[in-house]
Ligand binder design. Structure first.
Ligand code: SF4
Length: 354
């Protein structure tokens, strides 16, 4: 199988150019072509001699996947694309347009092994990890799309299909490629990894002292409820998870975001809000409250705006910064895995217990 060009770092490209008898600056030209000019095929590299363009075409593929479907929200601000990989695996990428931001929500795995109850991807199980190049290619797809409109990607959240820390190396390699100053050069602080709470990887990430933001999908403030929503909580219960997060904020002095999908009558109660406030006391943290994205087959419902505001008020009164976020792309099933689940005929969402 031909190598996906986005799987190579600059050094690997330099080695390749050397093996082809080319000077090192040729690799830099290719790197800039890929990540600054966003060229999508060997023919576009007109700065290179024809022989080298032919060599690129012989040794690499520039096509990670094919777009299989795209949905656009009624307000035009959210796009979601389903991509089909050469082995038949499917992934989703979402682009969200805010006033000053062009944010991409990127997948790191095809499917997911975590089995979260409120997630269409979780119901599919894990098909496979994505390579760093397949992660990067999702960004390039929308970067080219935005470039045609005179815009650029401003933020990336690793919050699409898959658990990024379950594919740690590829995710961090993709971040390094996208962050490279001679290429795409997206600042690390503009990227966010969202995890359900894999404690060993949070500790490893802490040791790396990166500038990339960390978000934790928490969704419940006691172990019984959290384990019913996020099975991996049985392995890494709240006490262990929050100890790892406290160690992270202590070592990096970086604020952590806690994501909380508000499910009516399940985790939007005053009791849950008070417990959460107690858990996060004294921590460098921010809570994002997002009314649940409704999905087929799910018994639970999104909380009302009023309930969301009341929940937020409890947190704010306890000194925990909190924001009620808008749900984006409800009409296009922008929640992770919903489009792929629909395509494959799998059920969208089942709440196992509440
Ligand atoms: S919410 Fe995230 S971690 Fe949980 S099953 Fe879905 S994709 Fe996986």
């Amino acid at each position: 199988m031909t190598t996906l060009i986005y799987d190579l770092g600059l050094e690997a490209l330099q080695t390749w150019a050397q093996n082809r008898g080319q000077p090192a600056y040729r690799a830099r030209q290719i790197w800039e072509g890929l990540y600054r000019h966003l060229w999508a095929s060997p023919e576009a590299f007109t700065t290179l001699p024809k022989r080298l363009r032919t060599a690129l075409a012989e040794d690499f593929t520039f096509e990670a996947f094919q777009p299989a479907a795209t949905l656009v929200s009624a307000d035009g601000e959210t796009h979601k694309t389903l991509f089909r990989l050469p082995d038949g695996a499917q992934i989703e990428t979402v682009r969200m347009r805010y006033v000053r931001r062009r944010t991409l929500c990127i997948s790191t795995q095809a499917g997911c092994a975590m089995g979260c109850a409120f997630c269409a991807t979780g119901q599919m199980g894990l098909r496979r990890n994505l390579t760093a190049g397949e992660i990067v290619a999702q960004v390039l797809y929308y970067a080219r799309w935005l470039k045609q409109r005179g815009e650029r990607v401003t933020h990336i959240v690793f919050m699409g299909m898959g658990e990024p820390f379950h594919n740690y190396e590829a995710t961090l390699r993709a971040i390094d490629i996208l962050n490279h100053p001679q290429g795409f050069a997206l600042g690390a602080r503009r990227m966010t990894i969202s995890t359900v709470g894999l404690v060993p990887q949070i500790r490893r990430f802490t040791e790396e002292k990166r500038q990339v933001n960390l978000a934790i999908s928490l969704h419940a403030a006691d172990d019984d409820l959290r384990s019913s929503l996020i099975p991996v909580n049985r392995k890494y219960p709240l006490a262990d998870l929050l100890a790892a997060v406290r160690a992270y904020t202590a070592a990096t002095h970086r604020r952590v975001t806690f994501e909380w999908a508000l499910i009516r009558g399940v985790n939007d109660t005053e009791t849950q809000a008070r417990r959460l406030a107690a858990l996060l006391q004294g921590m460098l943290a921010h809570v994002n409250l997002i009314p649940l994205n409704p999905t087929r087959g799910f018994q639970g419902e999104a909380s009302s705006r009023q309930r969301a505001r009341a929940f937020c008020k409890v947190l704010t009164a306890a000194g925990i910064p909190c924001t009620v976020r808008l749900r984006r792309g409800i009409d296009i099933q922008a929640g992770c895995g919903q489009l792929a689940a629909r395509e494959s005929g799998a059920p969208d969402f089942v709440l196992k217990s509440a």
